[in-house]
Design a protein around this ligand. Structure first.
Ligand SMILES: [Zn+2]
Length: 491
């Protein structure tokens, strides 16, 4: 578990790179299928659990549940669960049984979110929410979303098994959100945004490819939602203590530094642009180079400009006019920019294109810095297009501000993660790393309701949104132990 000197050095240099409710009327489902393969833990298991840190529950059973849930799919040959699909409901039913197995009271709300709650010693105290999403992308891995739900339920089951659940000082509620990936309706966070109270009522009328609206998709499963009842889904901020989410990292850093767990400092803000470059369409054999207005060559120059700017923002942004030192420093450590989609018209090998369109995805922890990058990028794009006599149109398609995780909650998670790793290895080691999340998560939406904290779990090769996604069994165990250690601070 201890990292090598070389890795420590790499890590420290990389660290410098990195550092930079309750709607009671909505009880639609209170019981679920109760036949659970792993629901019974006898006294013998409890005794051995004390010795082996509950590996039967936190590792073996959690891994078995991840595998079982990973088989619940709308497709035969790959994993796909979208909002309100038949497989989503089967998955919710399965998780519901696991929630009851952990001693929680369950229900599904009007946006299809599954809740499991334990009131604790003081039901009027602020609720600790723990959650992640039960939907998946197309051809997904089995850990994205599911790991956060299952590790929380495993930790609560340990408390139930040891008789400590009733000693929780405050209510704890696990939420399996119905939609985070946004595959079916192209709209992310339907579930968590509803609970945070930031989902516009117009979202109910968004249609999927088959013309079925969000509202109709819920009604198909006897869940009636109106604009009024959507607004009632919002939790009262005063009733909530905070929100914690465990999630696979979906990147390679934890594997690189040799840690199973990491604490998330924040979630990057994001802007998506669409750039349209129009030139003069023509014959590839007859138009001399000097007379061309080629949007493809212009787009190539623009994409290289983006890469240069995002690799070295300090070379492009002026300190006085656009950014201060800390903004530049934050950009240097967190700015990532991608052109992921490009299309040309008419897209033929013997034609100078008339038009090229490409997307730009810009993410950074510092929102002002991201704005400065967009300003500088746009200015230089127009200059290049002018020089090349092509026209450029930049459309801003999406914006989301960065979310900074609560520092106290992050410290508590760090303490819990360190304690978990120490319990597993029996040795004192370097502190778990802190990293930022380049991907969006439910915590982003819930941050509009309450303070949030996140724990990342190492995944093999940093691969996610793929059937190759993999988390070691012992890392699943570490995640469960960390959440258990965190819950123990609420006893
Ligand atoms: Zn996810």
């Amino acid at each position: 578990m201890a990292i090598s000197v070389v890795k420590s050095h790499i890590w420290s240099s990389y660290l410098s790179f990195l550092l930079h409710i309750f709607a009671a009327s909505l009880l639609l489902l209170t019981t679920c299928a109760s036949a659970q393969a792993f629901s019974e833990v006898g006294s013998e298991d409890v005794d051995s659990g004390r010795n082996n840190l509950y590996s039967e529950i936190l590792r073996d059973e959690a891994v078995a549940r991840l595998n079982e849930l990973g088989k619940v799919s709308d497709a035969d040959s790959y994993l796909e669960r979208t909002f309100m699909s038949a497989a989503s409901l089967r998955a919710a039913n399965l998780i519901c049984g696991w929630m009851e197995d952990a001693g929680l009271t369950t229900w599904i709300d009007r946006m299809g979110n599954l809740h499991g709650r334990f009131e604790g010693m003081d039901p009027s105290a602020g609720t600790l929410l723990i959650g992640s999403h039960l939907d998946t992308v197309v051809d997904a891995g089995i850990f994205d979303g599911s790991l956060g739900i299952i590790s929380a339920l495993s930790a609560l089951k340990v408390l139930k098994t040891t008789g400590m659940l009733g000693k929780l000082k405050r209510p704890v509620e696990v939420i399996a959100f119905s939609d985070e990936e946004g595959v079916r309706f192209q709209s992310t966070f339907l579930g968590s945004a509803a609970i945070a109270g930031i989902l516009p009522v117009s979202a109910l009328q968004i249609s999927d490819k088959g013309g079925v609206t969000v509202q109709e998709s819920l009604k198909e499963h006897s869940i009636e939602i109106t604009e009024e009842s959507l607004l009632q889904l919002k939790y009262d901020p005063k009733s909530v203590w905070g929100y914690v989410e465990v999630h696979i990292e979906q990147g390679p850093l934890l594997e690189w530094v040799g840690f199973p767990l990491g604490v998330v400092k924040g979630i990057a803000g994001q802007t998506r642009l669409k750039v349209l470059v129009k030139g003069s369409q023509g014959h590839a054999g007859t138009v001399p180079m000097a007379l061309r207005k080629d949007p493809m060559a212009a787009a190539a120059e623009l994409i290289i400009l983006l890469e240069r700017l995002c690799k070295n923002p300090k070379d492009f942004l002026s300190y006085d006019g656009q950014c201060n030192d800390s903004t530049i420093e934050s950009l240097s450590s967190s700015l990532v920019c991608t052109v992921g989609e490009i299309s040309t018209w008419p897209s033929a090998s013997n034609v100078i294109p008339g038009q090229v369109t490409f997307t730009v995805d810009i993410r950074a922890m510092n929102d002002m810095g991201r704005e400065a990058v967009i300003y500088e990028l746009s200015k230089q794009i127009y200059q290049i297009c002018d020089r090349r006599s092509v026209s450029c149109i930049i459309e801003r398609k999406h914006d989301a501000n960065a979310v900074v995780c609560d520092s106290e909650l992050s410290s508590q998670l760090k303490f819990a993660a360190n304690a978990a790793l120490k319990r597993m290895t029996g040795e004192i080691q370097d502190e778990v790393p802190t990293l930022m999340s380049g991907a969006g998560h439910d915590a982003m939406a819930i941050s509009r309701l309450t303070k949030v904290g996140m724990l990342f779990v190492r995944c093999r090769g940093g691969i996610s949104h793929s059937p190759a996604e993999h988390v070691l069994d012992d890392d699943v165990w570490a995640a469960g132990l960390a959440i258990l250690a965190f819950l123990e601070t609420h006893l």
